[in-house]
Every structure is written in structure tokens, then in C-alpha cells.
Design a protein around this ligand. Structure first.
Ligand SMILES: [Zn+2]
Length: 48
């Protein structure tokens, strides 16, 4: 779901928005602009 600093859609894999490596996100509801899938983004820590 995170690829090269971008949050990606779990359904279609499209890049949605950039995110910092040290960002923490909890239960952010987001709708993919491409396939309209609604999903929750949870980022606790990203592996280097
Ligand atoms: Zn999508």
C-alpha cells in the first residue's frame, strides 16, 4: 500500500498521494479517485 513514498490504492494500485517516510497515519479514510474504492490508511512505521 506504500510504494516509494506514495500511498497506493489496494485495489487498482494507482499512486494517490505522497507521504513522508516518518509520517504516522491512523484510520484515514480515503477514496481512490480512479476506481472509487474506499479504504482506510494506517501507517505506523515504514521499513527502510
Ligand atoms: Zn483504486
Amino acid at each position: 500500500m506504500i510504494k516509494n513514498g506514495w500511498v497506493t490504492c489496494p485495489k487498482c494500485g494507482k499512486k494517490l498521494f505522497p507521504i513522508n517516510k516518518d509520517a504516522i497515519v491512523k484510520n484515514l479514510e480515503y477514496q481512490c479517485k480512479v476506481c472509487k474504492e474506499i479504504f482506510k490508511v494506517n501507517i505506523e512505521s515504514q521499513e527502510p
